[in-house]
Ligand binder design. Sequence first.
Ligand SMILES: Cc1cc2nc3c(=O)[nH]c(=O)nc-3n(C[C@H](O)[C@H](O)[C@H](O)COP(=O)(O)OP(=O)(O)OC[C@H]3O[C@@H](n4cnc5c(N)ncnc54)[C@H](O)[C@@H]3O)c2cc1C
Ligand code: FES
Length: 329
Amino acid sequence: MSQNPRARQSLLCKTTGAVFLAEGIFRLEFSWPGPAPGAGQFFMIKPERSSVFLARPVSVAGWKPAESAESAESAGPESPAAAAAGTISFLVAVRGTGTVELAQMKAGDRAKLTGPLGNTWPGVPAKRSGETKPPALVGGGIGVAPLLALARELAGNAAGAEREAPCGFDFFAGFRNGFACDSLLEEAYAARGLVLAFEGGLGGYAPRRRGWAAARAGAAPKRRPGGRLSPSIHRGRILDFVDPADYSVVYACGPEPMLRALTARCRAAAVPCYVSVERRMACGTGACLGCTVETGGGNKRCCADGPVFSGEEIYACTGETASTGGGDK
Ligand SMILES: Cc1cc2nc3c(=O)[nH]c(=O)nc-3n(C[C@H](O)[C@H](O)[C@H](O)COP(=O)(O)OP(=O)(O)OC[C@H]3O[C@@H](n4cnc5c(N)ncnc54)[C@H](O)[C@@H]3O)c2cc1C
Ligand code: FES
């Protein structure tokens, strides 16, 4: 894993307000004048006016640098545009008081953001001679968030992206129910193939944008010339539709049972697997030892040594069998 080469900062940042995406899930964007985050990293976020004591860790789902340094400079040193190095977006699932407060943020409200924190997803393995296998990105529920940032980097859309995937990538996303995935999964549509699985059926899911091919349940993903990708949609758990042997590397984030099962399958297929894991956090910066992850190499801190770990490193010793867990992270 790549350790954080970017110095973190703690800054009071303005939001454009929480945007509802689906039941219990919203997108939050902030102007961020600090260092550019890498895919896999997270921020500790706490609204300026908050009833909770501790900031909450949230993964970077997207990063857009400001249009141009020139336009920022011409706006004058006191203007918000001059300060803005870019916009960070987060996807947040409402859980308790902290995330409810984030969901209630309005345009212009401010929150203290500390970051970028943690490590980044490791790069795609160097292409071996004759190797044509792409990476697979596998997300369960709100666990798709850090994978969307990775998808953006692999597609070469992020500023300074160093790891464009030469043979593209496939994106797998599992949810409990079908809902407005089109607004949630924007970056995933840059994939070579996009597979969606809903444990509770399609629900209200339907791609709504013009220009998208109609997605049929069970149909193979395809891209019309000049058009958007048409996802392959299934009922069931997402791991039922992933074969690690088809990939050079697997990146995953989601519920722990899903990550354990996927690691076991990747081990059987001799494919490297990297997982982003969650622990309750207090400081988020490696100081309090409150976010321990047990690994084959001893205890590590999720916030400072992770949150991305090799699946082998943290699940190898558990002797996990391949259940196909899914659902929300
Ligand atoms: C590195 C990292 C990245 C994360 N990225 C995202 C993200 O992109 N989007 C997102 O919606 N959430 C993300 N989370 C989870 C998010 O931080 C928690 O949901 C949030 O802290 C809950 O705060 P709360 O005050 O709303 O709920 P609380 O009142 O603190 O808790 C509500 C419920 O959620 C459980 N919970 C709280 N924190 C965690 C946690 N860290 N792991 C597992 N269960 C927890 C509690 O046990 C309780 O049952 C991430 C967590 C980590 C550690
Ligand atoms: S949250 Fe304090 S060490 Fe990780």
